[in-house]
Every structure is written in C-alpha cells, then in structure tokens.
Design a protein around this ligand. Structure first.
Ligand SMILES: Nc1ncnc2c1ncn2[C@@H]1O[C@H](COP(=O)(O)OP(=O)(O)OP(=O)(O)O)[C@@H](O)[C@H]1O
Length: 588
C-alpha cells in the first residue's frame, strides 16, 4: 500500500474510504482530524436523521479539547473515550443479554470505574476455590487468607489482572503478572510459590464475578462485555454501524487489543473507519496496549497518509526530537529559532526556580514520570525525601478497611484541593453509600470534605498518626484506633504530606502533572523532571521501538513549544560531552 505524504491542511478527496494517518508529535494530527470531521459533516450524504460521527480519543481532557475545537459542529459528533462510547452504545443497552452468564447484577451497575482488589471478595474466592484441595501448607486456604504477608501478595497479584484476546479464536482470557505476586520482607521481595498461583489462576473469571454480582465494572470489563455482546449478537454491530456511518480514532497507538478488534468489526460493516496515531508515542503498554498494533493495523482498501512536519516546537526542540527518533525526521514548520534546550543537574525544585527565572512572566509546566514527583513539584520541594513505595508499605502494614479509608480521605482532600469536587465525593461516598439513599451518601461525603478543607491546617504538617486521630474524631468514630505495634510505628514515622504526594489527580489541569496526563497536550515551556541519571538513556542509548520508558520521555519532550528544560540529579562528564551539541548543560 502506498503512503501519501500530506500536510495538516490537506482535505481528503474521498471521504468514504478507510484511512490511517501516522505522524510524529506536533504534526497536526488532532488539528487535521477536527478539520476532517467538519469536512465530513459538510459533505457526507450518509449523516441524515439520527446518524452521527463517532470520534474516539484517549482521555477526558482530549474529549474536551476536540469538542471545543469542533464548536457548533459538535452536535452531530459523539466525541468520547472508547469506554464511554462502548458503555453508552453497547453495554448499557445490551448487557442484560449476557448478564446471567457472568452473574452481573445489572440493577446495581452505576457506570464504570477503577476497581481495586477488595479483600472480602478475594477471601470468598479463595475459600470456595475449586482447587482449594491443591492448596497445601505453607499455602493452605487458611494461611493464604489469614497471614498478612500473603494477603498483601494476593492483593498485589490480583491488581495485575488484564484481559488477553486471541484474535484467531476470538477467545478472551484473563491473565495475571506473576511478578506482582509478592510481599516485602525488609526491602526484599518474597513471591507466592508457583504451585499456589497455578492452582488459583484457573478460575479468575469466578473472582471477577464477585465484583459483577455487586454491579462493579472496571474500564477493562467494558471492553470485555462489549466484545462478548458483539460476537454473540451480531445485530448489535449492525445497529452500531448504522447509527455511526463514520468512526475516527485518535491516539490509536494506545488502543487496547480488544478495542482494536471491536473497531475492525465495526469497520467490516458499513462504517468508514479512520485511525490516527504515532507508534513512538505508545505509552500504555502496561494497560495491555501493544506498540506494534498501529503499524500493523489495516483494513480493505485503506488509504495511508503521513504528516512529516512538526508545527509545534522550536527548531532546537525538533533537533532533540529528531535525534531521539530514527524512523522519521520531522520538518521544522514554524522555523522558529530559539535557545537550545537546557539540562539542569541538581535538585528538581531548584531546576524549576531557574526555569521560571528564564521564562520571566510565563508559565512553566513540569512533566514527571509519576504522581509523587508531580505532586512534589506542586509543593516545590526537592526530590530527596520522596518515598515512592509508601502506598505499598501502608497496604502491607495496616488492615484493609482502615488503610483504604485513610487513603480515600487523603485522595478526596487532594482532589478537592484541585477543585475536583465530583471526584472527591465519588472517592468518599463509597464508605457512606447508603444502599437505599445514595443522595444521603453523597451529602455525607461532601460534608466530610468540607471539614477536611476547613481544618486542613490541623493535620497538614502532622504525622499519619495525627491524621488517623483526626479521621476518628471527625469522620468515623467506629474506626479502630492505631494503638500499638508496627502499624503505630509506621503511622508515627510517616507524615500526612508523604501519603498526600502519592495521590494521582484525574485529568490534572495544574502546571505539574505526569507525562501520561499531558498526552496530546502542548505547553510553551516544559521542564521534564527525571528521577535519576539513567533516565537520560532515552537520549544516550535511544531505543524507541523496544523501550516504553524511552517513549514516555520522548512524549514528555515533545509537549514543549518554545523552551525545553530537563532536570536530572547527576550527570557524568562523559555523558555531558555527548549531550553538549543539543543542550546547554548547567550544574545548579
Ligand atoms: N494546519 C494547521 N494550521 C494551524 N495550526 C496548526 C495546523 N496544524 C497543526 N497546527 C497547530 O500545531 C500544533 C500541533 O498540532 P496537534 O496538536 O494537532 O498535533 P498532534 O500531531 O496531534 O500532536 P501530538 O501527537 O504530539 O499530540 C497545535 O497547536 C495546532 O493547533
């Protein structure tokens, strides 16, 4: 299949062909897609009556951006994430067809959510497991369900479950990552043994059903149920295809493989399908995405296009991007010459201060690999004391209910501080979710959030022990007091702030966010915050095809329009020399 080179102003001569558009960062993919949608709306004869264009993108922020750019044209377009699209058009209307088989209580479903392992369900699952007779000392049912270390390892392990599709047989199985089946002994990891995992893993579906019986469905479950509905009831596909004569998917490189199969099935009907993406920006492998799937994706008579310009960044930033990437060399559309990007060697908070000085009066966005670093940047503190394993330690040290409630309180406070009150209420209401009166649960959650915000100064600088007392005194007096042993030591020796920094803010609109949350976005000035010297490997031993960490940092750098700064704690002279042609390097 020939590949046509186009620019982001190009108008497709035939709107009724499947297409694939690939391009590097800042090439104008989203810009082109929005214009293409407008063009289809004006020129298609397929969009009569209730028919719409489906536009699928990856994050809620991207949905908002596309809706805003579409303006009044948005009326005839359903812009959503794949999960919302499938929930509204497949799961909600048709899941009752398969509900009995999967023991799904449809009356209890209330949207889809991140689901974390629930100990009560795990306990029930193991206790009634068909292979329970194979679970022998030291991994007997009794030991697995009673010993805290095993509990911790099981929760970790079951948190790793993902669906895997065999595209030939169309069978979907549930698989786990056994490297997550560990507990900590000091700083070493101890793993549950193979026999025990072999025995348990034959029945993941039964484990999932525990959640479904209570109406709890995850984002991945939406894909699973949609796929099951579509293959068993093909008329659903006909209805979908008739309602949406066009479906366009942005950021296709990060699609889950089940999503890819669903899109192919919709395309096999009458729906004109277009996919847009960049293989080097595939950063969700951990959620099951496969970075080759965009490259390999094809449909009968598909037209392939490539955009070669970079319309976002300064010449010097594009030089860095072209250096990292070897499969394409982007053309400098703006032809804007600015300062060389800088590397600051030293503390990240100092790097931010210097970057702000350089960009007088302009905003500097920081992009980090994880939530703890991005939250620390919000507080402008240095990276030395950050404990990246604190959440794991909390789960290990304390009981499930108490540690979950404390962490939920902290999450709700962090969301509320970012003015995300809906998320804050959702996080807390589950603890006060009166089955008969949901509104009361919400009101109670909101009331507690107000108390937390009003009295923030009372626990902000205290230990976790003080915070736990605050929760007992103000929120839940029935909660058992932290009185003795390792739990008490843990609560005394860690601060509220340390745990507060572990919170991941959904759709983070602040200046300091993770690289994953900045996907698709762009900023005038970017400071990429690296935790250690080795993280510069994406520049020194670059391997975008095989290393997701390299792709993540590449995405980080490519968000910058005018100025790019990188902060790293140390850098050897030898490495400095290699990077000098592309960067100004400063010890700070
Ligand atoms: N034809 C165009 N006319 C005007 N501005 C454009 C055009 N094409 C792209 N741009 C601008 O260039 C910038 C990058 O475009 P866009 O965000 O669409 O790129 P992208 O390929 O989707 O990027 P990424 O994959 O890195 O998220 C945006 O500011 C966009 O508005």
């Amino acid at each position: 299949m020939p590949i046509n080179t186009i620019t982001s102003d190009y108008i497709l001569p035939d709107i009724d062909n499947h297409f694939k558009v690939s391009a590097g960062p800042g090439a104008g993919k989203t810009h082109w897609l929005v214009n293409h949608i407008k063009h289809v709306l004006h020129n298609s004869d397929k969009l009569f009556r209730t028919k719409k264009i489906a536009c699928i993108t990856y994050t809620n922020i991207a949905v908002e951006t596309i809706l805003k750019r579409l303006g009044t044209s948005a009326e005839r377009v359903e812009v959503s994430t794949i999960h919302s699209f499938l929930y509204n058009n497949v799961v909600k209307p048709y899941v009752s067809f398969i509900a009995d088989e999967y023991q799904l209580d449809v009356s209890k479903i209330d949207g889809h959510d991140d689901i974390t392992p629930n100990w009560m369900y795990i306990n029930e699952w193991i206790t009634n497991h068909p292979n329970s007779n194979l679970l022998k000392h030291p991994y007997s049912v009794n030991q697995l369900t009673k010993l805290p270390n095993y509990k911790y390892a099981l929760i970790n392990w079951l948190n790793s479950l993902v669906y895997k599709i065999d595209v030939k047989t169309e069978e979907v199985s549930i698989i786990s990552d056994r490297s997550d089946a560990f507990y900590l002994e000091g700083t070493s990891r101890r793993y549950l043994n193979k026999k025990c995992l072999d025995a348990l893993e034959i029945d993941f579906l039964e484990y999932k059903k525990k959640y479904w019986q209570n109406g709890k469905i995850s984002h991945d479950d939406i894909l699973f149920f949609s796929f099951q509905i579509i293959i068993r009831f093909p008329f659903v596909l006909d209805i979908l295809s008739s309602r949406f004569p066009y479906i366009f998917v942005d950021e296709f490189q990060d699609s889950n493989p089940i999503q890819v199969e669903i899109i192919k099935k919709i395309a096999s009907k009458k729906t004109i399908t277009g996919v847009i993406g960049d293989v080097a920006q595939s950063i969700y492998e951990f959620q099951g995405a496969d970075c080759t799937q965009f490259e390999l994706f094809t449909l009968p008579n598909i037209e392939n296009y490539i955009l070669q310009e970079n319309r976002r960044s300064s010449n010097e930033i594009i030089d860095v991007l072209n250096f990292i990437r070897t499969d394409i060399s982007q053309i400098k559309f703006r032809n804007f010459t600015n300062v060389k990007p800088s590397i600051f060697i030293g503390d990240m908070d100092k790097a931010l201060r210097i970057a702000k000085d350089v960009c007088v009066g302009e905003k500097v966005y920081t992009l980090s690999r994880n939530n703890i670093t991005s939250n620390a940047m919000k507080a402008e503190i240095n990276g030395a004391g950050l404990d990246y394993t604190l959440l794991d330690k909390l789960k290990e040290e304390d009981s499930n209910r108490r540690s979950k409630l404390f962490y939920s309180c902290i999450k709700a406070i962090a969301y509320a501080k970012e003015k995300k009150f809906k998320d804050a209420v959702k996080e807390l209401e589950k603890y006060f979710n009166y089955k008969t009166d949901k509104i009361r649960g919400k009101k109670k959650a909101l009331n507690y959030i107000t108390i937390f915000l009003e009295k923030f100064s009372e626990f902000e600088n205290g230990s976790l022990l003080e915070f736990s007392e605050f929760v007992r005194n103000n929120i839940d007096s029935d909660l058992t007091k932290v009185t003795k042993g390792a739990v008490k030591v843990f609560y005394e020796n860690h601060t509220f702030t340390q745990l507060y920094f572990c919170v991941s803010i959904p759709d983070d609109l602040s200046l300091h966010k993770t690289i994953h949350k900045a996907k698709g976005d762009e900023f005038d000035n970017v400071l990429l915050v690296l935790k250690q010297e080795n993280d510069l490997d994406f520049l020194l031993n670059r391997n975008l095809s095989n290393n997701e960490e390299h792709r993540i940092n590449y995405v980080g750098c490519s968000r910058a329009k005018n100025r790019l700064f990188i902060s790293v704690p140390s850098l050897s002279d030898e490495k400095k020399e290699i990077l000098t042609p592309l960067f100004e390097i400063h010890n700070i």
